[in-house]
Design a protein around this ligand. Sequence first.
Ligand code: CA
Length: 370
Amino acid sequence: MRTSKNNFFRNSPARERQSIGRRKLSDHHQLNVKSWTVIGILAILVSATAEVLPSKIIIAHRGASGYLPEHTLPGKALAHGMGADYLEQDLVLSKDGIPVVLHDIVIDTVTDVAKRFPERKRADGRYYALDFTVAELKQLQVTERFDHRTGKPVFPARFPQWQGAFQIPTFEEELQFIQGLNHTTGHNAGIYPEIKSPAWHREQGKDLSRIVLQVLGRYGYRTKTDKVFLQCFDYQEVKRLRTELGYQGRLIQLLADPKSSQAGTDFAFLLSRAGLAELAQVADGIGPSLAQVISGRNGERFTFTDLVKTAHEFKLEVHPYTIRTDDLPRGVASGEELFRACLVEAGADGVFTDQPNRGVAFLRSQTMSK
Ligand code: CA
């Protein structure tokens, strides 16, 4: 047995002693010992490499929105089946005060509301979710996002417009749906809800955050160990969620272009070192745009801002938005290049994507190849 030229451990004195003690064991047993040792080593290697990208997460942006209309339950099911770590919900209120999963406070860019309820538009010509009860919203057909002036789809190569029978889900329906899938598949996907336009909701006499927190609490999303990230662009609201409303779970401050700063949210400040230090008092992470993380290209290589590094100094997680493999920045050849740039080169902790299967495949390839 010990004459084997391929003995993996022949230079190890400890192994040598062990081997002498085992001299009488059968070849078969010895092979098993070796096999299990190798498997053990491999397991250690795999778990060690898993540590390279341990908590990196793929966030399904509005579901698997690259393949099915955004914020529909089929789109969430697909993202779940693709292995996304977190599924995103954008939340606005209905007329009867129920949170529904919609990207905008207006609903004329993803539904047939203008055809079905033509008289229900406001003075600005737009249709608002807040003017419709859930029973009415349920009558609407949801379709691939389009330009409300021209009717043309935003992404013409995506799911065909007006095809299929998609509906607006309430937040609770979606939570039940995801928790049901978690139960049946054993894949425990988290949720990533966004409070949309909280100041606008308050102007309309509604407290979106308070209602959302009640729903989250009922479904078991309360603390930092629960699989939830709550996100918002409005810094005043992020502070309010943590202080006045007493939310104990993880909070993400979304970061937009400083030019879009509004009262109470100065994105140029939040992107600065002082801003990130202050933000870290209430938030657990930031959701910057890709452009706030990747500054450009220098030949074949991406160049990066200091944002991820500085945010990490203040223990803030970084989840940039949004990788669309069917709508890449100029000069980028593949989605994988962007996943690598974000998650490996820039060191972000997760990323929003319309194609969660591509992100999941990328992370798996990293774990396997190291
Ligand atoms: Ca969002």
